[in-house]
Design a protein around this ligand. Structure first.
Ligand SMILES: Nc1ncnc2c1ncn2[C@@H]1O[C@H](COP(=O)(O)OP(=O)(O)OP(=O)(O)O)[C@@H](O)[C@H]1O
Ligand SMILES: [Mg+2]
Length: 663
């Protein structure tokens, strides 16, 4: 301590703090962002925020912010911290840089230190000057500062110095402690961290500035996989050229406004709606600090897309905004004064940019949906082509549909399918025509089409199922007559759904077929029973299905079973050895007759199941297929209860059930 007792005073009317609007800093993020800004200006490279909410007594909770910046001398505490509106950009004006690191200075107004009062009664300061190594410690109490009546503007309020000593060996920097907090509940780390990070456009590495919260780095949580388009990267080349834009590795584009001022920007469109209001829209940063919370450049109407803005999140970096002669950033640092002539020019630029991006986004989304339709729907192009000049109408209607922003790609492809089908069947032509020719598809039109298209899909599916059931009947007849000639086998190969709806997605596998043939010729070619078999290899994705059909009427014996197992073992080995084939799941079916005629067979068949190998009789197979398809038909009917056309579709269930029961 020095001989003379040091003194600090506050030389302004206490109520001024209220007038400055500390209530604007009621969110912990807003308040703490001001403390962090001061640390940046003080050339700190490390800021540690610590919450202590351990006590059950809320009044004991504290928030401590420690920086390793330049700190302040006792004199500086008086002249800078304890004065209102101290202008820290005195010497060079608005473009002033920080002392050590030459950073663009964030502070300008000289009021930020009071932001802590937005969430706390006491603000404690302990600071060690880098220059003099002296330590100074004091605390401000908003209650006593506010007691303006007892202390008028002419009198100064004395602030007790808790500790002051010159020449310490303490590390330089400042600790701000907020206590007696005015927060309702404990602040959540993750949410706070994200929210604080979004107040700054700081790159911790490049800018040498780390912020941590309770030991963890403060970073924005961004889901890069959720981004559908990123601009300026995804701008058409012509746009890039016209803007004369320079895009950096982070995807930020630098361009000049008509008035010569420079801006850097990046605007993303997400696949899903951006729900967090802290990021929905475009944020403006100046001197690496938020200057305008997310907005749409005050655009009202006239946008190519209504829904588009809800998918958008981006930032514009414009340092000059904080270097104008006039301070255009509002007191609570959330809004810019767009009336200012230079800013109004940026607003115009921003509005034009958003309009342009929305229209690009909209047409790209439409395009993507059409592509999805093309890739998901078999032979979409050839079916459209087959319609000749009418194809244009259908495509036109589909393009209109694709433009409906709220329709997901999946919903759209479902509908696209139904619309094309309806047209092919000569249904809904008038409605589809109408849609193709309407300027914009309204909600009623869409609803009408949706309902109709759904019904058509149901009807079509029901009709298809009926056809399939009839085909199964045909197959049954042949089996009953014990004739399973090659043509029928080939037919099953082409239409595996005949065996089960589950196998509708399976297709005949040619590559593996060769391996199987090789395997068979090596061991089993002399076998009579297998000579007449159908070798069917089906695949779907990573799954492989091997089917052995034995002539109907031929009873199954242990020899057959053993050979079947041996055969699959060989194939299994060859196929798993050839990883390029990419199969990770192999199952086998042996279709034979009179499975349980011979003793011991049922146990052998049961044992095979462990290896995903099944023996099944022809009648069981047919009955199973029939049953599954009938259930499917019932399901369709259940979903279209009011559609007479669907309800009218029948198959002879009685015979089917009877057959299934006496297999
Ligand atoms: N952590 C700190 N380290 C060193 N000096 C600080 C620190 N915090 C505040 N100061 C000093 O106190 C002054 C006042 O801070 P305050 O935040 O009120 O105003 P400002 O940063 O100049 O402007 P603004 O109100 O725009 O933030 C700062 O200019 C700075 O000189
Ligand atoms: Mg400040």
């Amino acid at each position: 301590m020095t001989d003379q007792k040091p003194k600090l005073t506050l030389g302004f009317h206490g109520r001024i703090i209220d007038h400055l609007g500390i209530q604007m800093y009621q969110s912990p993020t807003a308040a703490i962002a001001e403390v962090v800004s001061n640390a940046w200006d003080a050339d700190a490279d490390d800021v540690k925020i610590k919450f202590d909410f351990t006590s059950s007594e809320k009044s004991d909770w504290t928030i401590e912010i420690t920086d390793n910046g330049n700190g302040m001398t006792l004199k500086e505490c008086q002249s800078r911290f304890l004065s209102v509106g101290y202008n820290r950009r005195e010497s060079k004006g608005p473009t002033e840089k920080s002392k050590e690191k030459s950073r663009p200075v964030m502070g300008r107004k000289g009021i930020g230190k009071f932001a802590g009062f937005g969430i706390a009664r006491y603000i404690g300061i302990k600071t060690v000057s880098r220059e003099t190594t002296e330590v100074t410690e004091f605390e401000l109490d908003i209650q006593s500062i506010r007691k303006g009546d007892s202390y008028v503007s002419t009198t100064e309020l004395e602030i007790a110095v808790k500790n002051h000593s010159e020449k310490t060996i303490l590390p330089h920097g400042t600790v701000i402690t907020l206590r007696d907090l005015k927060i309702g509940k404990r602040i959540q780390d993750a949410q706070f961290s994200d929210s604080l990070a979004r107040r700054f456009a700081i790159n911790s590495v490049a800018d040498q500035f780390q912020i941590s919260l309770n030991g963890n780095p403060v970073i924005e949580s961004i889901d890069a996989t959720g981004i559908e388009m990123s601009f300026p990267r995804d701008l058409p080349e012509a746009d890039k050229k016209e803007r004369n834009i320079e895009i950096d590795t982070d995807g930020l584009g630098k361009e000049k406004l008509p008035n010569g001022k420079e801006v850097s920007w990046k605007i993303n469109f997400y696949k899903e709606l951006v729900k967090n209001e802290e990021i929905a829209g475009v944020t403006v940063f100046a001197h690496k600090k938020l200057a305008q919370r997310p907005f749409m450049f005050n655009l009202t109407g006239g946008m190519a897309s209504q829904a588009g803005p809800e998918y958008m999140s981006g930032k514009v970096i414009a340092d000059w905004v904080d270097e104008l002669g006039e301070d255009v950033i509002s007191t609570e640092r959330q809004r810019l004064n767009w009336e200012h002539p230079e800013l109004s020019e940026m607003q115009e630029w921003g509005q034009a940019l958003i309009r342009r991006l929305l229209s690009i986004w909209k047409s790209k989304r439409t395009e993507k949906k059409m592509q999805a339709l093309e890739s998901k729907m078999d032979s979409f192009s050839s079916r459209i082509g087959a319609l000749g000049s009418e194809g244009k109408v259908v495509k036109g209607a589909l393009t209109k549909l694709a433009q409906i922003e709220k329709l997901t790609t999946e919903q759209f492809t479902d509908m696209g399918h139904a619309v094309l089908l309806a047209w092919e069947q000569g249904r809904l032509k008038e409605l589809i025509n109408q849609i193709a020719n309407s300027a914009e598809l309204d909600e009623t039109g869409l609803l009408e089409l949706l309902t109709e298209a759904n019904a058509i899909t149901a009807l079509h599916t029901a009709e298809t199922v009926k056809t399939k059931l009839l085909a199964i009947e045909g197959l049954q007849k042949r089996i009953d007559e014990q004739q399973l000639e090659n043509a029928v086998r080939d037919y099953i190969a082409k239409n595996p759904w005949l065996i089960s709806p589950r196998w509708e997605t399976f297709a005949k596998e040619m590559t593996v077929d060769k391996i199987c043939q090789k395997a068979a010729s090596s061991t089993l070619d002399k076998d009579e029973a297998f000579n007449g078999r159908v070798d069917l290899v089906l695949s779907s994705d990573k799954q492989l299905l091997l089917l052995e059909f034995m002539r109907p009427g031929l009873p199954l014996d242990r020899d057959h079973l053993n050979r079947f197992n041996e055969y699959i073992d060989i194939i299994h080995e060859k196929i798993t050895a050839d990883t390029a084939l990419g199969f990770d799941h192999i199952s086998g079916y042996l279709i034979a007759d009179k499975l349980e005629d011979k003793t011991g067979m049922s146990k052998a068949i049961k044992d095979m199941k462990q290896n995903e190998r099944y023996a099944m009789s022809w009648p069981t197979l047919i009955a199973q297929a029939r049953k599954q398809w009938i259930e499917f038909l019932d399901h369709i009917k259940l979903r279209a209860p009011e559609d007479q056309r669907v309800q009218a579709i029948h198959v002879n269930d009685k015979t089917v059930e009877d057959k299934a029961n006496n297999k």
